[in-house]
Design a protein around this ligand. Structure first.
Ligand code: NAD
Length: 496
């Protein structure tokens, strides 16, 4: 772990498992609540010292520029490390471990350079008051990161917070601490003072929740399941912390009857299968017009058969393993449940066969059809390579099915008529809606959920707002109390 500018070990050690092989990839230090206390103390001391928060924004942006340059120079090494850590196939890992983090950090540097830190308040001619509105950092910000996108999500938590002048404590998921730890030296070499970026490894129930309840933490930025998000929000409320919650999803993916079928087939596979379905914004409910169902399914299966599942370090591989044995068994449990509920399994459904799959954690790409929206495989987030296909007979029915969920993170529409697709998009209850596209999470667009998919937004043009607070400074220009304003209170009503 890394606390107050020092590498910190722990008496308790554990093994990181490469999900593709089941072999030990590294040994790591398991943190506890004392590490959390030390990290928050270090972060608070660095914030109170003012060294970083009082560094001019342009200079802070310069530090981020250096981070971007270092990431770019280490692209191959970090890509491979990302694959070993969580099984993302090399091509995907290059985007997740380096490409996106690099673009996103550049975005925060750019925002920092043009951010409106101060603006004038109202000046009235009635009374001689004026003032200004300043944006200031919050203090110690906690980031709680899940295992599926450790690089990208660590960057989303740590970098805008640091850019805005806060000090940060990151709690990584214990399965994937490498990304947050790799960033330590990169930030340090770029000139970030000690104590501003701290990393604690640990489980959620004790280490995570201790961080969320810590009175010196002012904000918690959390990505994970909706269930844990509720718990985080409850715990954070005791000390009235700000929270940003990026939670689960059950993305509805609507194909309209005028869509280009091959494009929609490819896009729908990408939507549910990227990173073996371990993405919160996945399109896991495919809504097809009844008239198109058979042809679409046939083409989809043909396309799925061309995909290569296997060793994620092979550049030809399209689909890698799932994260852990727990995750694999959970996904297989959902597949069983889907069969019991009466959905028709038309593709996959088990662990792939072959020596390659005897070690590590694997699930075949799996497609169910004849799914209805009340089935568990249509309602719950599976977080694996499982697609539920539903049919509809009118666009209104498709929209109704799409919105019939407590989630609201992502949704998509496929059509050759953009206006028609837009009319549907406007009625979908989701924070991100893609037309003829999926997983397009750009640094320029805010990302977050409607309904129980979350609170707040990350990225986008206003990303720094979530890590700053407004201070209203008002000045009485008369230099003596303004009689008209204070007369009643001070007992000089004749002046009012
Ligand atoms: P999770 O909720 O179990 O854990 C997420 C993180 O929270 C981990 O670091 C965990 O240690 C920590 N945690 C667990 N309990 C905690 C508690 N009581 N207090 C504080 N921290 C606690 O989720 P997961 O299984 O690691 O990740 C998968 C889930 O994350 C999926 O449901 C997925 O949809 C969601 N997710 C959402 C987004 C998004 O941006 N919306 C992105 C990625 C993943």
């Amino acid at each position: 772990m890394f606390i107050g500018g020092e590498w910190v070990d722990s008496d308790e050690k554990y093994e990181l498992i490469n999900p593709a092989t089941g072999e030990v990839a590294a040994t790591a230090a398991m943190g506890n609540t004392e590490h959390v206390d030390a990290a928050v103390r270090a972060a608070k001391a660095s914030f109170d010292s003012g060294e970083w928060r009082n560094t001019p924004p342009a200079q802070r942006a310069g530090v981020l520029d250096k981070v971007v340059a270092t990431l770019a120079s280490r692209i191959d090494e970090l890509t491979e490390l990302g694959t070993i850590e969580n099984g993302a196939p090399l091509r995907l890992s290059q985007a997740l471990s380096v490409g996106f983090p690099l673009m996103h950090i550049q975005h925060f540097a750019d925002l920092l350079r043009k951010y409106e830190w101060e603006r004038p308040g109202p000046v009235t001619g009635q009374v001689l008051h004026t003032g200004f509105i300043r944006r200031e950092p919050l203090g110690v910000c906690a980031g709680i990161v899940p295992w599926n996108f450790p690089w990208v999500l660590n960057v989303w938590k740590a970098i805008p917070a640091i850019a805005a002048g806060n000090s940060v404590v990151i709690k990584t998921d214990e399965k994937t601490p490498i990304a947050a730890l790799e960033l330590v030296d990169i930030l340090r070499d770029a000139g970030l003072p000690d104590g501003v970026y701290n990393v604690v490894i640990g489980d959620g129930a004790t280490v995570g929740s201790h961080l969320v309840s810590h009175p010196d933490v002012r904000k918690v930025s959390f990505t994970g399941s909706t269930e844990t998000g509720r718990e985080v929000m409850r715990t954070a409320s005791d000390t009235v912390k700000r929270v940003t919650l990026e939670l689960g999803g059950k993305g509805p993916n609507i194909v309209l009857d005028d869509a280009d079928i091959d494009t929609a087939v490819d896009g729908s596979i990408f939507a549910f299968l990227m990173h073996a379905g371990q993405a919160c914004e996945s399109g896991t409910r495919l809504l097809l017009p009844s008239s198109l169902h058979d042809e679409f399914l046939q083409r989809m299966i043909k396309r799925l058969e061309t995909l290569k599942i296997g060793n994620p370090l092979d550049p030809e591989t399209d689909i890698g393993p799932v994260m852990s044995a727990v995750q694999r068994d959970r996904i297989l449990g959902y597949i069983e449940r889907g069969k019991q509920e009466g959905a028709t399994l038309v593709y996959g459904g088990g662990v792939p066969e072959g020596v390659e799959f005897e070690r590590g954690f694997w699930v075949e790409p799996t497609v169910f059809t004849n799914v209805t929206n009340d089935m568990c495989i249509a309602r719950e987030e599976i977080f694996g390579p499982v697609l539920s296909i539903l049919t509809y007979n009118s666009v209104d029915e498709a929209i109704k099915i799409a919105n019939d969920t407590e989630y609201g993170l992502s949704a998509g529409v496929w059509s050759n008529d953009v206006q028609r697709a837009l009319d549907v998009a406007n009625q979908l209850q989701a924070g991100s809606v893609w037309i003829n596209d999926w997983h397009n999470i750009s640094q320029y667009m805010p990302f977050g959920g409607y309904k129980q998919s979350g609170v707040g937004r990350e990225m986008g043009p206003d990303a720094l707002d979530a890590f700053t607070q407004e201070k209203a400074v008002t000045i009485d220009l008369t230099g003596r109390l303004d009689r008209r304003a204070y007369g009643l209170v001070l007992g000089t009503p004749k002046d009012v």
